[in-house]
Structure formats: C-alpha cells, structure tokens
Design a protein around this ligand. Structure first.
Ligand SMILES: Nc1ncnc2c1ncn2[C@@H]1O[C@H](COP(=O)(O)OP(=O)(O)OP(=O)(O)O)[C@@H](O)[C@H]1O
Ligand SMILES: Cc1cn([C@H]2C[C@H](O)[C@@H](COP(=O)(O)O)O2)c(=O)[nH]c1=O
Length: 836
C-alpha cells in the first residue's frame, strides 16, 4: 500500500478506528437487527410515556388537582417496579434464552399497550403500566447483556454509544409522532367516530412498534442461547441467585466502583431535574431560561456520549469513569455557585458532557468486565438502583430545598450573598457526586503508580489514535524475549486456516528482504558493533515501513488476516521503555513509518524476563544480551500500553502451558472472526444477488462449498473461502478438498504447518535442540513437555513444499504468504543469524 493510498484510506473508507466507527458496528448484522429492535422499543417507550400520561389525565377527568395526581401516578408506577422486579429481572434475563426473552417481552408489551384503549379505564391503565415496566426491566438487561456477545470488544464502546443515542434520541421523534398521531386521532374521531380518547391511535401505534420489534428479534438467531456458564444449574432458587448477583457487585472492586459512580451520577442528575425549574426561576430566568438550561444539559449529554470517549481515547477507561464523574460533580458545584444564567448554562453543558462520558464508559466497562453468566443481573441491578436513586432524589430534593429556604450571608466589605434552598441543594448534590466520583476512581484505578496528570497530559499532547484497516484482520503478538510469540503465532494461524481464512504469519524485524539486512545489523552485528539508541530506533522504523508497505498493507487490503510476531509496541517497549528514548518520539516515529496502521488486536504474552530469557538459552542476540533491568522496563512498558487500551489488548500470562495459552488466544480472536465472517457472508450474498439479477448462473459462487472465486474475494475483500460458505462456524470449511489431495496431510488444511512446535521460532539457532537443517522436525519442547503435537502431517519438509504449491482456496498466491513463508523467513533469518 503506497503512502498515498494509505492516507487516502485513512481519511476515507479504507482505514478507521473501530472504537469510533459507527458505520462499522452497524454493519454487524446481528447488532444492527438488535439495534432496530431497540429503536422501536425506545420509540414505543417514549410514545407510551406521553400517551399514558395524557390518557391518565383524561381518564381522571376531574379538577386540575385530580388530573395531576393521575399523571403523577403513572410516573410513580413506572419507577415502582424497579424496586421489586429489578433484581428479579436480571435473574430471569440470566436464565432464559435471550432471544425468546426479547420476543416474548415485546409481544406482551404489544398486547398490554393495545389493551389500554380497549379497556379504557384508569385502574387498568395503572395495572398495565406496572406490567409493561416490569417486562421492560427484564427486556433491557437481556438486551444489554447480549450486546457484548454480538460485537468484538473493541467495538463495544461505539455499540453502547449507538444504543444510548437511539434510546434517548428517540424521544424527539416520539414527541413529534405523538403530536401527529393526536391530530390524526382527532380528525378520525370527528369524521368516523373511531376512537374514544385523543391518544388511542398513539397507543395502538405504540403497540405495533413492539410487535414489529418482536418480529425483528425473532429472526436474530445470534442472541439465542443462555449465558455461557451454566451458573443457573448451580443456583437452586431465585433468592439465592439474586443474592449471588448482589454479592458479586459487593465483592468486585470494579463493579462496586461502577455502581457507586452510576448511582451517584443519577442522584445528582435527579437533583438538577427536580429543582432545575425552581433554581432558574430564582435566578430570574422564567420558562425560557429553564428551556435553555434543560437544552444545555441534553446538549452536553449528547456531546459527552458522542465525542467524549473519542477525545479521551488513550486514557484508561476505569480512570476515565471516576475522573469524568468527579468532573461532573465539580460542574454541579459550579452551577450552584454561579448565580448567573449564562454561566449556569455553560456549566450545565459541562455537567452533561462529563456525565455522558461517565455513563457510556460505565456501561462499556460493565459489558467488558462482567462475566456473561451474571451480566444480565448486573445490568438489572444497576438499572433498578439508578431508578430507585432517581425516584428518591426527585421526591426528596424539593423537600430539602424547601426546608432550607432562602439565606443571605453577609461577607466583609458589605457584600451579601443570597442563597436559596435550590442552590444549596445543588451544592450538596455536587459535593456528593464529587465524593462518589473520587471513591469510584480509587476503587477502580488500574494504573497504580502512574500519575493521573501524565494520563491527562497524554490526552492533550496527542496520543496514538491510529488507523485500523476496514478490510481483513490485523493481529499482533507482543511480549518480551522467549514469551512464546512465534509458537502462538503458528498455532493461531493454523486454527484460522482451519476455519477457512487466508492467513499471513509474519514478524519484525526481518520479514522483508530489506528487513533481513536490518535484522542482521540490529541483532547480529557482534559485540564491537555499536549502535546508538537513536540509530537503533530508526533501523527498526525502517523495517516497519517496509513491512507495512510491502506485506501487511496489501494483505489486509485483500481482506486477509495478518498475524505478526512483534510490531509497533516492540519499539515503544524496547526503544521507548528499555532504551529510555522519549516515548512520544517513538510513537511519532512508528506512526510515520507505518502510516499509523494499528492492529485490531494485540495479544501481549506477559512473563517475567528471567523466565523468558531462560527459555531463549545461552546463545543470545544483541538485545537479549541487555541486562535484566532493561528487560524489566520493557515488560513494564508493554503492560502499561495494554492496560491503557483493554479493548484492543489481551494480556495473557505466558507462563501457562502452550495449549492453554492457545485456547485463550482463540477465545479472544473469535469475536473478530464473527465480524469478519459476517462481512464475507454479506459480500457473498450481495454478489449472489447481483449475479442472479444479471441472470447469470452463479459460476464460482460457492455457497455450499468452500470457495469464493478469487475475483469475488478481491472485489469484496472477502477474507476467506469458508467464510463465504454461509456457515461461519463450520470448522475447516475451507479448503482441503479445494486445495487438492493432501498426502499425509492429516485432517487439517493444506497450509497447516507440520506442527505448532515452539521450536519453529528459531530453527537453526541451536536453541532447544532444533537443527537448522531439519526445520520441521519438532524437537519436543523441553519447557512445556508434551505440549507439542508430534508432526501429525507426518511430512516434514515435504509438507512444507507441498503447502507451497497448494495455496489456499480463494486466495491468490501472490498475497498469501502463509505459514510456509513464516517458516521460510524464520529459516532464512536463523541461517543469517548463524552466519552472523
Ligand atoms: N507456554 C510455554 N511454556 C513453556 N515454554 C514455551 C512456551 N511457549 C514457548 N515456549 C518455548 O520457549 C522458547 C521460545 O519460544 P518462542 O520462540 O515461541 O518465543 P518468542 O516469544 O517468539 O521468542 P523471541 O522473542 O526470542 O523471538 C521455545 O523453546 C519454546 O519451545
Ligand atoms: C520489532 C522490534 C523488535 N525489537 C527487538 C526485540 C527483540 O529483542 C528483537 C527481535 O527478536 P525476535 O527474536 O525476532 O523476537 O528485536 C525492538 O527492539 N524493537 C522493535 O521495534
């Protein structure tokens, strides 16, 4: 990929950061479907609120006071079930099939809404309101808990943003729709005498939105199934299960911090809603002033939810939550102190923005860090607690403000300050939210010893946001010496190939011809061969530039998967951390060299350097010969990078056995494949539809078999043959048969390496008993006995040669470097190392 292409892509459609890619997340079909259902349900909720309050007023049809009580009754009854059904809702959501929970929930809400105008009495309206709310309390946690299973981790934040914007953003269309339906309702009543109340039509329409939602979700097979761990089986009764959920919240520092924070934020928000009108009136603002402050709050919320996480990217999510919450509290204090409407409006925007970021961040953290089996309960717990907090504050705030009354304080110099109850209540709420924020921050901080100022400075001085390929999948393995990167790269690639994906396994430095020269200079120049730290950094950068330009970029552009053993983070850790060159310079240098291209997922194999160096053995290259504290700094730097960005990193304990590590890696990669395969499937479907429309026979469109024609794969950037088969989960959907017969190849694909063999990493280095002349003979792994499968392919070098000619189904030889090249590059690199 040329520099020009890359920059075009970065600014256009080619490269993007998945964390902020709204279109990208909506391209994930299951999420899109769930999002449509959520949109319908949210629209219905707002419309229902407007219609039910209006209808309650009409049905009460007494004096002004009775009507107001009837309306207040609806609002109260909407909050009430949260107290009782909230925890139960989570329990149910965690035990039942999520798809059917959502479908049945929507159908019941359809029936209940439709029944309200039919029955036409206030008591039934109340009963139905409670039932509808109770169902929503099961529906919402089931939906929230399903989302993390539908999108990869790095897209969860943006998925939550989209969901939140839809939930709250549907209020305006609902209000407009309500007005429109009321007008139509009136005219139909006049002409056809169809309805008995002016909101009947709105209620029927609302009912239909739920029915349509049910139909949409019914087709969503991907949310089917219960949570992954069968905790339910071990929980004999409801109360115990709810207790377990609460115990989890209480015992887990992160969730405890989150719950404290979210409840604090809602309580503070409740004060603003409950007393906003009084406060603005006290400032002489009147209705228009109230409108401005109300608008300011929602503008801030939208800004915070929309652009906040992007602006603060690069900061630890856990820190971000506590920090923004504290800032929201401080903004509320400012609102209470500035007795000026313009300043109040400005601080309210800030308040909304910080609260918006905190809300999105908290939700994303819950999705990322709470185990699937109790996620529903945790969401339900948080949701009901926030509702209870909101209800309590809405009820208490006016009473507190009223009991405080107005106060005038005389200050020296004949200055007097007049404070009324609303302002003082705001001040108390602001202080409480600030304290909640600080407590949350302390509970959740995951970067002990790293100053907060350093992180905040990083936000303003520009951190590496990076660009991400929209096609293909880019995975990097990082870690210190001997962590097992080569071993796991090979393992991972074999598994990916078995799933029918075209995989390029590569490494840094030395994957290209130029890179090999650089590798020799960098690592095998001899002891008298001094290289200054800056020169070293530049040489590694040159290797990266060549690697991205000639190998990684083109492979991703073709929709392939790249697995690299080391990438930019190695520069940040070795040259930035180990050599102590300025980290920012290393970031800039690497960004320049790679055009900012970042891996979708980085797997950090973490282990104490002494263990890793022990694995490497006595024959060490120039960097391996560095003292232990150098390697310790490298390790710390890797960990710092990973902790800053938990969605895009997996930190894995590399002291675990090879098999276990490989399993954990597969687990982390799996969601990315789901997305990749869904994209491939859509492309294949589109292609098939186009061909059908053109009246052609779908030649080469294999939908039942294993291939997508090369052209198709290139046109649509479909990564894999098997992926196009319509069944992404089908193991080994690719190619063995397409690739031709495979003598002795065993059950896996033609490109499967002879064995995953950790020693493949350094054939010829003389390490681990590996012989340069016999790269495929797997010496048993001394460090991890029994972990290396014997050469199942049984073909040794033959198998490699065979692989070379087989190629992959649906892949072009020119772009598929594959495991073979990885082996060969390793061999070349080792023989050069041996010569050096
Ligand atoms: N999980 C493991 N447990 C024990 N030994 C392992 C494990 N993984 C790999 N090894 C062994 O450690 C040595 C180094 O493995 P490998 O080459 O995969 O690491 P690496 O991270 O690529 O190393 P380097 O950074 O030096 O390139 C090999 O001898 C391999 O057999
Ligand atoms: C990419 C990259 C690598 N290094 C260092 C890290 C290792 O010591 C060697 C590579 O050796 P390996 O056996 O292939 O792992 O190079 C670095 O310092 N900076 C980098 O950017």
């Amino acid at each position: 990929m040329s520099e020009r292409e890359r920059s075009t892509n970065a600014g256009g459609a080619g490269l993007t950061d998945p964390s902020f890619d709204v279109r990208g997340v909506l391209r994930i079909k299951p999420f899109r479907t769930l999002w449509i259902a959520l949109g319908l349900s949210s629209l219905g909720d707002w419309l229902g609120l407007l219609a039910l309050t209006a209808m309650a007023g009409q049905l009460a049809s007494g004096d002004y006071r009775t009507e107001n009580f009837a309306i207040a009754g609806v609002l109260l009854l909407r909050l009430l079930p949260a107290v009782v059904v909230g925890p139960l809702g989570g329990y149910i959501a965690d035990r039942l099939d999520r798809r059917w929970t959502l479908v049945v929930g929507d159908v019941l809400r359809f029936l209940l809404f439709a029944s309200i105008p039919v029955v036409g009495s206030l008591w039934w309206l109340y009963v139905a309101t409670v039932l509808i709310e109770a169902i929503s309390l099961i529906w919402l946690p089931a939906k929230d808990a399903a989302v993390p299973n539908l999108v990869p981790r790095d897209r969860l934040a943006v998925a939550n943003q989209v969901s939140m914007v839809t939930t709250y953003g549907s209020a305006l269309p609902a209000a407009l729709l309500f007005t429109l339906l009321a007008v139509v309702n009136t005219s139909l009543t006049r002409t056809l005498h169809l309805f008995s109340s002016s909101v009947d039509l709105a209620l029927y329409f609302n009912a239909v939105t739920f029915l349509v939602g049910a139909i949409v979700v019914a087709r969503l097979r991907e949310v089917s199934g219960r949570p992954t761990t069968d905790v339910a089986a071990q929980e004999p009764n409801v109360l115990r299960s709810i207790g377990e959920g609460w115990k989890f919240v209480a015992s887990n520092r992160l969730v405890r911090g989150l719950v404290i924070g979210v409840v604090g934020a809602f309580a503070a928000g409740g004060v603003v809603i409950g007393l906003g009108r009084t406060y603005v009136t006290d400032l002489g603002g009147g209705a228009a002033g109230y409108g401005v402050v109300f608008g300011a709050l929602f503008t801030g919320l939208a800004l915070g939810m929309g652009v906040g996480p992007r602006f603060l990217a690069g900061m630890s999510r856990r820190r971000m939550f506590g920090l923004t919450l504290t800032a929201a509290g401080a903004s509320l204090i400012a609102v209470s102190l500035f007795q000026n409407l313009v300043l109040v409006a400005f601080c309210t925007v800030l308040l909304g923005a910080f609260a918006g970021v905190a809300w999105i961040t908290g939700y994303t953290l819950l999705g990322l860090e709470v185990e699937d089996s109790i996620r529903g309960r945790t969401f339900a717990f948080v949701q009901s607690l926030t509702k209870v907090a909101l209800a309590a504050v809405l009820a208490a705030a006016p009473a507190v403000a009223g009991s405080i009354g107005a106060h005038t304080i005389s200050l020296p110099g004949r200055v007097t300050l007049t404070y009324n109850g609303a302002a003082i209540t705001f001040l108390i709420a602001g202080l409480a939210a600030t304290i909640f924020g600080i407590v949350s921050y302390r509970q959740m901080d995951d970067r002990h010893g790293v100053s907060l100022m350093r992180d905040v400075r990083g936000v303003f001085t520009g951190h590496e946001r990076g660009v991400y390929s929209r096609t293909g999948l880019f995975i990097a393995l990082e870690g210190g010496e001997g962590a097992g990167k080569s071993t796991q790269a090979t393992r991972l690639a074999r598994w990916l190939e078995e799933r029918g994906h075209a995989v390029t396994v590569t490494h840094e430095p030395g994957a290209t011809a130029v890179g090999q020269e650089l590798r020799r200079i960098l690592l095998h120049g001899g002891d008298d061969h001094h290289i200054s730290p800056r020169t070293e950094a530049l040489l590694y950068a040159a290797d990266k530039a060549e690697h991205v330009e000639s190998m990684i970029g083109p492979t991703l552009a073709e929709g392939g998967i790249v697995v690299t053993d080391r990438y930019v983070d190695s520069t940040l850790a070795y040259q930035g951390g180990g050599r102590d060159l300025r980290q920012q310079d290393m970031v800039r240098l690497s960004r320049w060299a790679t055009g900012g291209l970042r891996p979708h997922l980085t797997l950090l194999l973490d282990l104490p350097p002494e263990v890793g160096l022990g694995r490497v053995g006595a024959k060490r290259d120039r960097l391996e010969r560095e003292p232990l504290d150098f390697h310790q700094r490298v390790r710390q730097q890797f960990l710092d990078l990973a902790e800053l960005d938990p969605e895009r990193y997996a930190i894995l304990d590399a002291t675990q056995p090879v098999d276990e590590l490989a399993r954990l890696i597969r687990e982390r990669v799996e969601p990315f494949l789901t997305e990749l395969e869904a994209r491939a499937r859509e492309a294949a479907e589109e292609q098939a539809a186009e061909e059908q429309a053109a009246g052609k026979k779908a030649a080469g469109t294999t939908v039942s078999g294993t291939t997508v024609s090369g052209k198709k794969a290139a046109d649509h950037r479909t990564p894999a043959s098997g992926a196009a088969s319509g069944d992404p989960g089908e193991p080994g959907a690719a190619a063995p048969s397409e690739a031709g017969p495979e003598p002795d190849a065993g059950p896996t694909t033609g490109r499967t390496p002879p064995a995953d063999a950790p020693d493949e990493g350094r054939p010829g280095d003389g390490r681990n008993g590996t012989d340069q002349d016999a790269p495929d003979q797997d010496a048993p792994d001394q460090d991890a006995p029994g972990q290396d499968a014997p050469d199942q392919d049984g073909a040794g070098q033959d198998a490699l040669d065979h692989n070379a000619t087989v190629g992959g189904a649906g892949q072009s030889d020119s772009t598929h470097h594959g495991l073979l090249d990885h082996h060969r590059a390793r061999e070349r690199r080792s023989s050069e190392e041996a010569q050096a």
